[in-house]
Ligand binder design. Structure first.
Ligand code: ZN
Length: 321
């Protein structure tokens, strides 16, 4: 049995327009679309997975784009920012890039020992790029837009807004094997994983603000890594013993998942590293066609007709610069 969560597996958020979402995350931030599929619980909505070249756990940010949906409102009980790691020498590159693309950014600021800048995605989600000294040796992904050496390497961590951090802290430290590493202004930082899988969670208590209201630009859930099925069942028992109510194991085709809500209101998932995104597409072809799990294949025609067209092959008209 694992005693510690081994980092972030993925983070999933809500969006509105799928094309704008795709253009921003691949075209502006240079991530790779590693899987184009549907929400397995609502197959009339895309599920877009972005990550590094192979879609390693810890690099994956995913979206459910609901065309025309209203924006979410920031508040307590949600993940208020998603942070990516960039190499030490890349900050100026990214600031120049955003300036050239006329994308407003905030910063650079300092937090703990790191320098970061933040931008808003097309739906208002707060995305931070954090200088992370440890990621220089991690291979980057180059889709022809971002020089290889400046590419985003992984998810650095996430910020939680909470009413009362004590119960969330108990879950992270007491049950999930996180470490507490310090405070910076109003942030308390907790880490899980190590080396490449190291991830940081910052808890900010902002109890006087309104509860968050989910919508486009809101994070839906955060998934933590576990190695395989046996370890996941161990986590199911451990989470249950701690007084939570995890779901049964769900087959997400590329991983298997259990879900439960932490005391502060954020939806947690524990997802297996295996089998990964290469089970139904080759490395070269990741993300190039609509993939459906076997149980939806017979409805492919209907599903394809409901989904908005999504142009995922680079062409001149899609080039942002
Ligand atoms: Zn998930």
């Amino acid at each position: 049995m694992e005693n510690k969560i081994n980092g972030i597996h993925h983070i999933t958020a809500l969006a509105s327009d799928p094309q704008k979402n795709y253009d921003f995350y691949t075209g502006v931030l240079g991530l790779r679309l590693v899987k184009k599929t549907v929400n397995f619980d609502a197959p009339d909505v895309y599920h877009l997975y972005y990550g590094d070249e192979t879609g390693r756990p810890g690099t994956i940010l995913t979206f459910f784009p609901f065309p025309g949906t209203r924006r979410g409102k920031r508040g307590t009980g949600e993940i208020s920012a998603v942070a990516f790691s960039i190499p030490e020498s890349s900050l100026n590159y990214w600031m120049d890039r955003f300036a050239e693309l006329a994308i407003g950014f905030d910063g650079p600021h300092k937090r703990f020992d790191e320098t970061y800048i933040s931008i808003l995605d097309p739906d208002g989600m707060n995305v931070e790029l954090v200088v992370d000294e440890a990621v220089g040796s991690i291979a980057g992904w180059n889709n022809g837009r971002i020089p290889f050496e400046h590419s985003i390497r992984k998810i650095f961590g996430a910020t939680f807004y909470t009413d009362d951090s004590s119960k969330t802290e108990l879950l992270l430290l007491g049950t999930m094997g996180f470490n507490f590493t310090g405070t910076s202004d109003s942030r308390k930082r907790y880490t899980c994983g190590s080396d490449e899988s190291l991830a940081r969670i910052d808890l900010i208590e902002n109890g006087k603000k309104q509860p968050a209201s989910g919508g486009a630009g809101s994070v839906h859930h955060i998934a933590w890594r576990t190695a395989g099925d046996e370890e996941q069942l161990g986590w199911h028992k451990k989470i249950t013993d701690a007084g939570f109510y995890p779901t049964k194991v769900m087959d997400r085709n590329y991983f298997r998942s259990i879900y439960f809500r932490e005391p502060g209101g954020i939806l947690f998932e524990i997802a297996t590293d295996s089998p990964g995104f290469l089970i139904d597409e080759s490395l070269d072809n990741l993300g190039t066609s609509l993939k459906l799990p076997a149980w939806y294949e017979e409805k492919r025609y209907t599903i394809e007709n409901i989904l908005l067209p999504l142009e995922t092959v680079y062409s001149k008209k899609n080039l942002i610069n």
